[in-house]
Design a binder for this molecule. Structure first.
Ligand SMILES: *Cc1c(COP(=O)(O)O)cnc(C)c1O
Length: 378
């Protein structure tokens, strides 16, 4: 990295806009080849500059709150390319989205559909709906980021689909436009998406039997990134990913295919820069206490996520094992246990890689800590 990090106040999120552009170009090229529509999932990283770069490239937006819908509009995403998902949309959020004529309400339950119908009636509008169906496909990822199993709170189960479609017949202010699926995040085994395609094919048959052909299928996001080797694989394999859907998903004539990618677009372009405050020797191990914490990047504490950690200040002649930890008063404020690093000392710069997605957006001020600043590079 051709940047003088010693001038940067730590902790800091470094965002490599060059890599972001490269990734966006790659996604765009591969998606355009099949005429697929890609929405960016704002929740992965909502930095204004990043959002503007993504909307400029012509991506749609995937939002999970009213504020995200508002931010997407503000950052240049087109209203007719905004999808709005989430199990608990409030009346205010629904009204805001109705007023802005978004592309799709991705609905997760019958009570929600009833409320949208009622609120749309009051506004004399017809709300475009996609049913978020829980396809009961295992994403083979961490349980906290698995969303497509019967036990998860997300989506409409297959057993209630028929009764919901019956109920919707009487609703005049909603229109079924699409089917939506999102089975989980950080999915690295592409066969998982093959399973999703097969399941969607079966579900489409069920709709076809009722003479329903929806305008669009939305397969959500979830494509993983390589946390272990970010330099070897700075971009996910979008080519193979889209090809799986082309090969295995049976679209009806004129049916559009939509994607909602978050992590795979912004994950690798971000790193968290930090400095060693103390090296603490305990009887059995050594701790590197750094000035970044779970308040900056909670993924390791929340779901034992792996991030590659590097010491930028050491030439790496001698190696040692460390538990890399933050200063917060929680035992879970750990970035990595027993990681081998060059012998490190107070003042060394530490880089935590692949932190562009679900990093800064989950920051808190616990312990009254300041938030990391943002520095754009590349
Ligand atoms: C979080 C989310 C996404 C994005 O998931 P990634 O794993 O970051 O690609 C897409 N769709 C919905 C509905 C989501 O909640």
């Amino acid at each position: 990295m051709a940047i003088d990090y010693t001038t940067i106040k730590t902790p800091a999120y470094l965002y490599d806009l060059g890599l972001l552009q490269q990734t966006l170009n790659f996604v765009k090229k591969e998606a355009d080849a099949f005429d697929y529509h890609v929405h960016y999932a704002l929740k992965a990283n909502n930095n204004p500059k990043i959002l503007e770069l993504i909307s400029e490239k012509g991506f749609g937006a995937d939002c999970v709150s009213g504020n995200e819908v508002e931010e997407a509009l503000k950052r240049g995403f087109k209203k007719e390319e905004i999808a709005f998902a989430g199990v608990g949309k409030t009346d205010d959020e629904i009204n805001f989205a109705l007023e802005n004529d978004i592309f799709s309400f991705n609905c997760e339950s019958l009570p929600e559909i009833e409320v949208i119908n009622e609120l749309a009636f009051k506004k004399q509008k017809i709300a475009p709906l996609a049913l978020r169906i829980n396809p009961n496909v295992d994403a083979n990822t961490h349980k906290y980021i698995t969303t497509g199993l019967d036990e998860n709170k997300f989506g409409i189960s297959l057993w209630e689909l028929e009764s919901i479609l019956d109920r919707m017949k009487a609703m005049k202010n909603v229109q079924l436009k699409g089917l939506h699926f999102h089975i989980g995040s950080q999915i690295t085994d592409l066969d998982t998406f093959k399973n999703l395609c097969n399941r969607i094919n079966q579900i489409q048959e069920q709709f076809y039997a009722r003479q329903i052909i929806v305008e669009h299928i939305n397969v959500g996001g979830g494509l993983g990134i390589n946390y272990h080797q970010p330099d070897e694989e700075p971009m996910s394999n979008f080519k193979s990913y889209f090809k799986i859907f082309n090969d295995f998903l049976e679209l009806r004539p004129m049916q559009q295919l939509h994607f909602e990618l978050g992590r795979s677009i912004v994950g690798q372009m971000g790193s968290l820069l930090s400095k060693v405050i103390y090296v603490k020797k305990a009887s059995a191990k050594s701790f590197l206490i750094i000035d970044a914490a779970m308040t900056d990047l909670i993924r390791p504490s929340l779901y034992q996520a792996f991030h590659k950690i590097e010491n930028l200040s050491s030439n790496g002649e001698d190696q040692e094992k460390y538990d890399v930890v933050g200063p917060v008063c929680e035992s879970s404020d750990i970035f990595a246990k027993s990681v081998t690093l060059p012998s490190s000392k107070r003042g060394d710069y530490i880089l935590i890689r692949s932190a562009g997605a679900y990093g800064q957006v989950m920051a808190s001020n616990y312990n009254m800590r300041d938030n990391a600043q943002v520095v754009f590079i590349g």
